[in-house]
Structures are given as structure tokens and as C-alpha cells.
Design a protein around this ligand. Structure first.
Ligand code: PMP
Length: 454
């Protein structure tokens, strides 16, 4: 069986029996023997992939799933969008690798990227292509800010995720990932994020006056606060891996104001929130702020090809030649599909689809709040999370979230987990997902929550 190549077609998810099916089980056991113990996704989602199209993926046992993991938010147009595949195929025959030489494909890509920025930023942002991962671009952003300010420290936020390289991990909240790694990047300080469903200061959200930001402002301005002015503050506008937590508008605006006042470069990690994921090209546009540095990667190519970059205020451009090199900074195929992806965003009004489908998800998932195990439902655009907690004491219910994920998979929906103790069930659909697929996915998720958290 193959998946229909007609993008408009609705494919019924179908799971034939227990998971993993026999063919997936064979692949998984070979993987278990040969690949590192650090492998992640197939542990909770025990399938081997065969083919994908649009919002659907088929495993090697002919089970068909709605894929709302979408390559961890990479596949803006789902799998194998015909226009992107056509452009990729043509570019493959022409030029694939270009280091950091200028090329037509790269020039078009840069031009297209800049047209997506708010007007005020377009003329003063420079672009640097990094090694092809979000983490490498985070490293580049931090190095740039250190060079420009001559300072060494970095401020980050609890619950944040910035990648698994040494420096990006140092600014990430995940204690378990960091604990076994000694001599991590020094000088990183963590502050509380505006996680109002589980206030990091233990305050009642009803009484909140953005005390988390008040604490950061006071700490930085206190001559006895212990923290010299940092080279950068790095933040996600919506914490993704941290459990789909949109920052409050007041939190972001005050953060922008204090970083301006103290001349601290503000780095927005939009690796996950960028490229249309939240309904604007970058999420910061919905907060009425202007960053100094933006980190982008996942959705840039539209097709899941590796590419990463930073956009930054030209005032910060203090780098010497070769300050951040990398062999794989010139993925011409990703540039070509990235330019085509922006054309499709405009042609198909994809940002509007993100907003409309986002509202649809909100409407469908809000009903889950009636279940006492559902602690919170939140999201922005097409990033959604359902946080599960024990109604008896409010503790994060990671075990229930895992059951929900497994139940959903058995009924044909792939979702991801995140947040404290992996207690948030997350959805990152393709940005061109249809209303029909959203309805079907939310129904499977609602049934899973009802079955696993009765
Ligand atoms: N920053 C954010 C906000 C992310 O979500 C991720 C990946 N989930 C990264 C950085 C790291 O990206 P990569 O895995 O490509 O290194």
C-alpha cells in the first residue's frame, strides 16, 4: 500500500494490530542493538517509518498515522509537498553544496527571508548561516553577543530548551541531560519564566503582577545581586519542549524594556516558533517587540532539510572573518525549497490557515478541561499542549501523558510529550493541515484522554 499523492485527499488513519507491528519490531530491535542508547522518539513511538505524505505517515507495517509530531515541528508543509519536491529535485541536479559562497539559490533565499521580517527590521538585520542545526545557531548567537559586548555571562529561563550541543545545553533547563556532563559552559544563570499554570514562584496566578520579571529586573539592577551584566539573554517566545508555554505579553515586553535599558542583547530562540508556526512569521511579532538576535532553523526549508541561521542587528556585527564556520552552511537544496516555501505561504495564505486551524484546535481541546486530570490547555498558532496533573495534589502526571500518547498512537495519531516530567501532550501539525485532519486528530486525542484519565 502507498499513500495517495493527492494532497487534498483525506486518508483514514488505520492501525492493524498491536504496535510495534512485526516489521517495525524487526527494525526497532536492530536499532536497539546498533544505535546509541541516547535515541529518543522510537522509545515512546515504537514504529519504523516507510513513507509520508502531507499530514500522514505510513509505517513499515502499513499502519497509517496522522503525524502531529511532524519531524519535531520541521515539516511546515507536511511530508513531500509536490511543489517543494519538484524544486528540490531540480536544485539537486544543479548545485547541492556551496559552503558560504554566494549562489542564486542562496541569494533568493535571503531575499525571501528578509521580506518576511517586519519592515522596521528588514534593513538592519544581518544574516549568518550556521551549521545546520538549531543548537549550532544558538551557539553562534551566544558567541556573537559575547564578542560584541565583551561580556561572558548568559541569562536563560527555567524550562527553556535550546539544543543539545555543549553551549546550547548549558542554557537549557533539562537538569537530567546536564547532570552527567561536568565542566559545562560557565556563567549561565536561570530565571523563572511566565509559566502561570504552575507559577515558578509558587504564587497564585490571580494575584500575579509578572513577579517573575520583577525578580529578574531587580536582580540585574541590584548592585549586590551577584550577576554582572550578561552578554545575552536567550528566551523562547513560546517554550516548546518545556511544555508549550507562551510567554505572557507583559513578560516579553518588560524583558525587552529591561534589556534595552541595560544594553543586554536579547536573543529570541525561534527555532521552533519561527517560520509561521505561531501564525506570524516569527512569534515575536505578536508581542510587539523587536529582538536583537533571532535564531531560526526547523521550518526554514519547509521540507525538513537541514538549515539554520541567525538574524541579528548589524550593530552586533563585530565578528572577524571565520568567527563561526561550518562545512554544512550552504545547503542549496534547503535554500531552494525555503524560497519556494515562502512562495507557497503567500500563495496559499498559510499563515491564515495556522491562525484558523489554531482556533479550531483551541475550541476542540478546551472541552478537555472538564476532565479533572487536565491541568491546562494552551498554545499559539499550531503549537498546542495539554498538561496533565494529578487532581489530588496537582503534581505533573507524566505517566498519564505517556498512556495518552500510546493510546493515541494505537488509534492512528502521533503526538509528542514535553514539559515537567513529560506531562504535556504536544501537537505540532503541519502548517497547511486541513480542518478535517484537525477534527480527526483532536477526536483521537480527546478519546485518549478520556480513556487514560477517567
Ligand atoms: N531551540 C529550540 C527552541 C528548539 O525547540 C530546538 C529543538 N527542539 C533547538 C533549539 C535545537 O534544535 P536542533 O535539534 O536542530 O539542534
Amino acid at each position: 500500500m502507498t499513500i495517495s499523492q493527492d494532497s487534498a485527499s483525506w486518508i483514514r488513519p488505520v492501525v492493524h494490530g498491536d504496535l510495534p507491528g512485526p516489521n517495525s519490531a524487526r527494525f526497532l530491535s536492530r536499532q536497539d542493538r546498533r544505535e546509541s542508547n541516547a535515541r529518543t522518539y522510537p522509545r515512546n513511538l515504537p514504529i519504523a517509518l516507510a513513507e509520508g505524505f502531507g499530514s500522514f505517515v505510513r509505517d513499515v507495517d502499513d499502519n497509517i498515522f496522522i503525524d502531529f509530531l511532524a519531524g519535531a515541528g520541521v515539516l511546515s508543509f507536511g511530508y513531500s509537498h509536490p511543489d517543494l519536491v519538484r524544486v528540490a529535485t531540480s536544485q539537486l541536479q544543479n548545485l547541492t553544496h556551496g559552503l558560504d559562497f554566494p549562489t542564486q539559490a542562496k541569494d533568493d533565499f535571503i531575499e525571501a527571508q528578509l521580506t518576511m521580517l517586519p519592515k522596521a527590521l528588514r534593513d538592519r538585520m544581518k544574516i549568518h548561516f550556521c551549521g545546520p542545526t538549531g543548537a549550532n545557531a544558538v551557539d553562534a548567537a551566544l558567541k556573537l553577543c559575547k564578542t560584541a559586548t565583551g561580556r561572558g555571562g548568559v541569562l536563560s529561563f527555567q524550562g527553556g530548551f535550546h539544543g543539545s550541543s555543549h553551549a546550547a545545553m548549558a542554557t537549557t533547563g533539562l537538569v537530567a541531560q546536564k547532570r552527567p556532563i561536568s565542566n559545562g559552559m560557565p556563567g549561565v544563570h536561570f530565571f523563572p519564566y511566565s509559566y502561570c499554570a504552575r507559577c515558578p514562584l509558587g504564587l497564585n496566578p490571580a494575584m500575579c503582577d509578572t513577579n517573575c520579571m520583577e525578580y529578574l529586573e531587580r536582580s540585574l539592577k541590584d548592585p549586590n545581586g551577584g550577576i554582572p551584566l550578561p552578554a545575552a539573554i536567550i528566551v523562547e517566545v513560546v517554550q516548546g519542549e518545556g511544555g508549550v508555554i507562551p510567554a505572557t505579553v507583559e513578560f516579553m515586553q518588560r524583558l525587552r524594556a529591561v534589556t534595552r535599558e541595560l544594553e543586554i542583547p536579547l536573543v529570541l530562540d525561534e527555532v521552533q516558533t519561527g517560520c509561521g508556526r505561531t501564525g506570524t512569521w516569527f512569534a515575536f511579532e505578536q508581542y510587539d517587540i523587536e529582538p536583537d538576535v533571532v535564531v531560526a532553523s526547523k521550518g526554514l526549508s519547509g521540507l525538513g532539510l537541514p538549515v539554520a541561521l541567525i538574524l541579528y542587528d548589524e550593530k552586533l556585527d563585530t565578528w572577524s572573518p571565520g568567527a563561526h564556520t561550518g562545512t554544512f552552511r550552504g545547503n542549496q537544496v534547503a535554500f531552494a525549497t525555503g524560497t519556494e516555501a515562502i512562495r507557497l505561504f503567500r500563495r496559499d495564505d498559510v499563515l491564515r490557515n495556522v491562525m484558523e486551524r489554531g482556533d479550531q484546535v483551541r475550541g476542540l481541546l478546551e472541552q478537555l478541561r472538564r476532565n479533572p486530570w487536565v491541568h491546562d490547555v494552551r498554545g499559539l498558532g499550531l503549537m498546542w499542549g495539554v498538561e496533565l496533573a494529578d487532581p489530588a495534589d496537582g503534581s505533573p502526571a507524566g505517566h498519564i501523558a505517556r498512556d495518552v500518547q500510546a493510546h493515541a498512537l494505537r488509534h492512528g495519531l502521533i503526538v509528542e510529550l514535553g514539559g515537567r516530567n513529560d506531562s504535556v501532550v504536544r501537537m505540532l501539525p503541519p502548517l497547511n493541515v486541513t480542518a478535517e485532519v484537525v477534527d480527526a486528530a483532536c477526536e483521537i486525542l480527546a478519546d485518549a484522554v478520556a480513556a487514560c484519565a477517567p
